[in-house]
Design a protein around this ligand. Structure first.
Ligand code: AMP
Length: 288
């Protein structure tokens, strides 16, 4: 496994591996898995998807300052590079691109990418500027990685939509692949931020997946009223004294327009809940 700190190093490793692995004159696919590190099973599942598809797998590890708000956890975001490299190696990653901030944001940088309406609702409304930071860094990473495919988790469902939109709009030749949410056996969606939770908070955080599952069960029983479905989720979470709900949304899966009245599939049921300073998100897709 090669570790690249600079764009030039990454490009050199990519070119050398492509040349070495070209099969019968056909170029192999390159897959990229962008992450902020502190890797867990969710990230590993993306690496495995990429490994199954692609001759060359690159993972990027970069805690992107521009997607954190001024009062968010950028400086205390968990980091463990040595452990991350070992995980990448174990998953058969070929190149890890782990740049410093100056490599991604050269002195005097002024260009940002902003993905219209999709990035203004839900997470975008709760975290102003967040998706501009995400869109800007992912555009840079796509431009650097020169990958055929980029792998992203459905855990961050709105982020995945924003990235699909930007790749389409900017005519970026990287296919965006979405991969399923990986959960703990008790249902908690894996997140690097789960380490912040106290034992009590972690216990109460199980209400997120429980609420989503309760709504899904109601959906499968034929409940179609948007408020009733949102209510199923809220009932579970609001019963937890340490939980503060940012939003519970049931929205059109293509536009993220909030749904009223009778819901037609597919719809995205998503939520953000704070436990102390820790903000958790989760979602489930309601399909026919
Ligand atoms: P992050 O390091 O949190 O920025 O996440 C990097 C990528 O891993 C994103 O595409 C996330 O959606 C994805 N990811 C994070 N947690 C999970 C999870 N529990 N299951 C699947 N993918 C995940």
């Amino acid at each position: 496994m090669q570790i690249a700190r600079t764009i030039a190093e990454y490009r050199a490793h990519r070119a050398a591996l492509l040349a070495a692995r070209a099969v019968e004159g056909r170029p192999g696919l390159v897959g990229v898995v962008p992450t902020m590190g502190y890797l867990h099973e969710g990230h590993r599942s993306l690496m495995r998807c990429a490994r199954a598809d692609c001759a060359i797998v690159a993972t990027t590890i970069f805690v992107n300052p521009t997607q954190f708000g001024p009062n968010e956890d950028f400086t205390r975001y968990p980091r463990d590079e040595a452990r991350d490299f070992a995980i990448c190696e174990a998953e058969g990653v070929d190149i890890v691109f782990a740049p410093r901030v100056e490599e991604m944001y050269p002195a005097g940088a002024e260009t940002t990418v902003s993905v219209g309406r999709l990035s203004t609702v839900l997470e975008g409304a709760a975290r102003p500027g967040h998706f501009d930071g995400v869109a800007t860094v992912v555009t840079k990473l796509f431009s650097i990685a020169q990958a055929d495919r980029g792998y992203f988790g459905q855990k961050d469902a709105q982020q995945l939509m924003v990235i699909r939109r930007l790749a389409e709009d900017l005519r970026i030749p990287t296919e965006v692949v979405g991969c399923p949410i990986i959960r703990e056996p008790d249902g908690l969606a894996l997140s690097s931020r789960n380490v912040y939770l106290s034992p009590e908070e972690r216990e109460q955080a199980l209400s997120l997946s429980r609420g989503l599952r309760a709504a899904e069960a109601a959906w499968q029983d034929g409940v179609r009223d948007a408020d009733s479905l949102r209510r199923r989720v809220l009932d579970e979470i609001e019963a937890q004294p340490l939980a503060n709900v940012d939003y519970v949304s049931l929205a059109n899966q293509g536009t993220l327009d909030e749904l009223r009245g009778a819901v037609g599939a597919p719809a995205l049921l998503s939520l953000a809940v704070r436990f102390g300073a820790t903000r958790l998100i989760d979602n489930i897709l309601l399909t026919p």
